[in-house]
Design a protein around this ligand. Structure first.
Ligand code: PEP
Ligand code: MG
Length: 577
């Protein structure tokens, strides 16, 4: 019987592959069984590591300035005392001898034993002292592994399920290039960019599996089921066979959906719908072609800024946008200007010292307006590429209409510069804004008067409306797209667009969730933009819907006062799915 873990499934699919446990800032622990004659050398190695750790800690203690607060020095003194405690200095030696394992494994075993003891302590203060113990253990571990670091290949994770504390979107891109089979993280939420990217790249993924790295070692066989958020370590043969069967069924389902590629999307009562795709990297174009999307409703350009130390030049932007718009062969391309910061942090970000609350800090359009060098080359490139096909410009994270005015003025300046240089661009290029801050959704009328189109970003809109960090798995249970306040804000924005006679798209993950799209139809939405991988499933969910019926049901949903009532209405909304 294997070990089962559960977390939040963020990207569907099944992976049956060996684990690759990633420990950043902490060396990988390689477990080894020793021959009897290797034990004395291993004991010596552990003692040497203890000695080196003491030297490091003693130096730290000696270097503390005289005027430093007393608790700083007592903190280091405590660590030095812990190093001498038999639980850390003697017990691992016994484990090496008794279990014939290498020093790293012995120390890790002892770490788990101590964690168990500390977690059972009633005094909460003493219980949290485990942090100090871990600190000392990490120091010894670093000394132990500092010599064999080079023997561990840095990213030998091809074909593996990567297990990490957390991953950045940039890591996800590297992993895709290097052919990982899936990933599991200890923290993170389903709306993080890492999760969004995993969905878009079709990498099965699970987040929020706390402490999994303490139980799984590299090389061990795993089954990962993205939909349910389940990870199975050391599965029995019959389980592997069962999941292989499920994998085959999944592929069959995808083949079935592919039959819908050329079917137009019209509701039962004849309302035509637009299904657009969200893209982030060039590879997404391949997935987009496979589903025959009506165009791109959201091109996230932050990825051009990732895994590098400088800002992309105008020419780099231009090359990519020209290529993408040409590949779309006349279908519209909405390019969102850089939405850097918070969950899309990049090395070059000019946001100064680390913000306490990045999601509410200098991110998105705020950052770009405070340092226009981040966005001017991009705007110039978008304008230049607009001669190659229909392009729209979209500004992210708008909070008030003054920001809209600033963006429009900046765009006019860039246009004037191009005109002066006699560089061609589409003079009628449409300019839209993302409605993803509650303030903007409430005042959507004002935004609709200044812009050519609106696009609702529910990932952020829900985060800010419900005060839930979209990348924090601890509060994920509160992330409720059906909260009446969220639905009202979406409706208000759609109504504002209708009143001003401008298009409104919804490009948050909600548009790609088959359980939620019919609610959006009920709110009056006709333009959806989603990860290409979800498009055919959404098509199936929308093709058999009836706008009039859904409007009534959605109104009832907004005013439902109990969870049971909400569930009952949702059942009716999704009837036949
Ligand atoms: C959103 O917030 O819904 C959105 C589409 O933007 P992003 O996820 O890139 O922040
Ligand atoms: Mg957003």
């Amino acid at each position: 019987m294997g070990l089962m873990f559960s977390g939040i499934g963020v990207s569907r699919g099944i992976a049956i592959a060996p684990a690759y446990v990633l420990r950043r800032n902490q060396p990988d622990i390689i477990n080894q069984t020793l021959k009897k004659n290797q034990i004395p050398a291993e004991v010596r190695r552990f003692k040497l590591a203890l000695k080196s750790a003491r030297v490091v800690l003693q130096k730290l203690s000696d270097d503390i300035p005289k005027n430093a607060p007393e608790d700083v020095s007592s903190f280091i003194e405590t660590h030095l005392l812990m190093l001498d405690d038999s639980l850390l200095s003697q017990r691992p030696l016994e484990i090496i001898k008794d279990q014939r394992c290498n020093a790293e494994s012995a120390l890790q075993i002892q770490r788990r034993e101590l964690e168990q003891v500390f977690s059972e302590m009633e005094d909460p203060y003493i219980a949290t002292r485990m942090d100090d113990v871990n600190h000392v253990i990490d120091q010894i571990m670093r000394e132990l592994t500092s010599h064999n670091k080079d023997e561990t290949p840095e990213h030998d994770w091809q074909g593996c399920v990567v297990i990490a504390d957390d991953l950045t979107p940039a890591d996800t891109l590297i992993m895709q290039n290097e052919g990982v089979a899936g990933f599991v993280t200890e923290t993170g939420g389903p709306l993080s960019h890492t999760a969004i990217l995993a969905r878009s790249l079709g990498i099965p993924a699970i987040v929020g599996v706390h402490n999994i790295r303490d139980y799984v070692v590299s090389g061990e066989n795993l089954i990962l089921q993205g939909e349910s958020g389940m990870v199975l370590a050391q599965p029995e043969t019959y389980m592997i066979a069962e999941y292989k069967k499920q994998l085959r069924m999944l592929r069959e389902r995808q083949r079935d959906l592919r039959k819908l590629i050329d079917t137009p999307v019209v509701t039962d009562d004849g309302v035509p719908l637009n299904l657009l795709a969200n893209i982030e990297i060039e590879e997404d174009l391949k997935s987009l072609k496979k589903v025959n999307a009506d165009g791109v409703g959201l091109y996230r350009t932050e990825f051009l800024y990732m895994n590098r130390e400088d800002i992309p030049s105008e020419q780099e932007h231009y090359k990519v946008y020209s290529k993408v718009v040409r590949a779309l062969k006349g279908a519209p391309l909405t390019i969102r200007t850089a939405d850097l910061g918070a969950d899309k942090e990049v090395e070059t970000q000019a946001s100064g010292p680390l913000a306490h609350n990045p999601a509410m800090g200098l991110r998105g359009i705020r950052l770009c307006l405070s340092d226009t060098s981040l966005i001017v080359p991009q705007l110039q490139a978008i304008l230049r590429a607009s001669t190659k096909g229909p392009i729209n410009i979209m500004f992210p994270m708008l909070t008030n209409v003054y920001e809209v005015s600033q963006c429009l003025e900046l765009l006019e300046t860039v246009k004037a510069r191009l005109l002066k240089k006699k560089i061609k661009f589409d003079k009628n290029i449409k300019v839209g804004g993302m409605i993803e801050v509650p303030a903007a959704a409430i005042a959507a009328d004002l935004f609709a008067r200044k812009l050519d189109f609106l696009s609702i970003g529910t990932n952020d809109l829900i985060q800010y409306t419900l005060a839930i960090d979209r990348i924090d798995d601890e509060v994920n249970y509160l992330y409720d797209p059906l909260n009446p306040a969220v639905l009202q804000l979406i409706k208000n924005t759609i109504d504002a667009g209708k009143k001003a006679d401008i298009p409104v798209t919804l490009c948050g993950e909600m548009a790609g969730d088959p359980r939620l799209v019919r609610v959006l139809i009920g709110l009056g939405l006709t333009d959806f933009s989603m990860p290409p991988n979800s498009l055919l499933e959404i098509k199936r969910a929308l093709n058999n819907s009836n706008v009039k019926k859904l409007q009534k049901l959605t109104n009832a949903l907004i005013s439902s006062s109990t969870q049971q009532e909400q569930q009952k209405i949702m059942k009716k909304i999704n009837a036949g799915l």
